[in-house]
Design a protein around this ligand. Structure first.
Ligand SMILES: Nc1ncnc2c1ncn2[C@@H]1O[C@H](COP(=O)(O)OP(=O)(O)OP(=O)(O)O)[C@@H](O)[C@H]1O
Ligand SMILES: [Mg+2]
Length: 331
């Protein structure tokens, strides 16, 4: 049978805990060799989805295939083609990083020499050579995450699930993790990454699916999602407040916004650079002095706000969600 061009396909995926519907018909497709970011706030259903896709959790409705294998009826085959960070890489705190890697290599049926070779390679790749001889108990959060990811890659799986790989990391460790993820992508892996960070999805993913309340509420490339929110905007700060009325008359365009106290006016740019030149020319002709100008592309935060009417910040979590933390695995 010819392999589908999709490495992961979830159709109408449903999951409930008692009466609570956690996934309400999730549809996802990930093309081979690409990354899909599943973006959503706390409690949206990201971990639940990933755990089902990775065969760690059963589902109540719908179908999921990974590399063409059904997660329900062909779970073993699915497991042989995936890597998952966090959950099922059970790191032993009392062993060193190196020992953990060798041990997992043996579990994956590599022989002793091959396990050692792979451990060395991964320590090198994940910048853990020095730390490799220390027990994992002494690792920082960032080192621990890198080891988790390294362990999930022992068998060089073609399909990788990364469940919030950078949550809680400092900016430098986050960048280091992004580098590692980019390398996996250039090596041809198919990746499903979950994140609460819009910027992360924007930076790494080929496509983004926004999940909220157990449903996919939008899908597309970062640019497509931004398109839904609107055009690029020009924002001007005037030199003199008294020029404000004149400026408003000149600019008077699509969705003009202004704040007289701050001397700012902003407008959607319909015709790109031409429109910009026209506005600046007319302001100049009207004798309106411009102190600063800046262009704003819509951010994914704007997308989220438009789609859900809410900010995407983690602080929006309700307590109900907090209660169930950790049940789903890594955090
Ligand atoms: N074992 C469980 N029993 C009951 N409810 C659960 C269970 N596991 C998860 N949930 C609920 O399912 C919903 C989705 O949880 P999930 O862990 O998938 O969210 P998430 O998107 O991964 O969130 P986060 O960003 O916080 O990791 C939440 O409301 C959560 O409380
Ligand atoms: Mg989660």
């Amino acid at each position: 049978m010819a392999k589908s061009s999709y490495a992961i396909v979830a159709k109408d995926l449903r999951k409930s805990y008692g009466k609570v519907d956690v996934l309400k018909g999730v549809n996802l497709k990930v093309e081979r060799g690409t990354m899909l970011a599943l973006l959503g706030p706390n409690g949206a259903g990201k971990t639940t989805t990933v755990r089902i896709l990775a065969t760690l959790l059963g589902h109540d409705g719908g179908t999921v295939t990974v590399d063409g294998y059904d997660v329900k009826t062909e779970a073993n085959a699915v497991r042989s083609v995936i890597g998952l960070t966090g959950q099922y890489a059970a790191v032993d705190e009392l062993l060193t990083g190196y020992e953990n890697l060798v041990m997992m290599g043996r579990l994956y049926h590599l022989n002793k020499d091959a396990s050692k070779r792979r451990a060395d390679e991964l320590l090198e790749q994940f910048d853990l050579v020095k730390a490799g001889s220390r027990v994992v108990k002494t690792y920082s959060g960032g080192m621990r995450r890198r080891l988790d990811l390294a362990i999930s890659l022992i068998a060089t799986p073609p399909i990788i699930f990364l469940d919030e790989p950078t949550t809680g990391l400092d900016p430098r460790s986050r960048l280091a993790m992004w580098d590692i993820i980019k390398r996996l992508m250039s090596a041809g892996a198919t990746i499903l990454l979950t994140t609460q960070y819009l910027e992360e999805a924007d930076q790494l993913a080929d496509k983004i699916a926004v999940i909220d309340g157990g449903k996919i509420i939008a899908e597309g490339t970062a640019d497509e999602l931004k398109q839904r929110v609107g055009k690029e905007r020009l924002e001007l700060v005037l030199i003199r407040e008294k020029d404000f009325d004149k400026a408003k008359k000149v600019i008077d365009g699509d969705g003009m916004k202004f704040d007289a106290a701050k001397r700012t006016i902003s407008v959607a740019l319909d015709g790109g650079a031409k429109h910009l030149t026209k506005i600046l020319g007319e302001l100049d002709a009207a004798g309106v002095g411009v102190e600063t100008l800046s262009l704003h592309k819509p951010t994914l935060d704007d997308v989220f706000l438009t789609l859900t009417g809410r900010q995407s910040s983690a602080e929006e979590t309700n307590d109900e969600d907090e209660d169930n933390k950790d049940k789903g695995g890594k955090k």
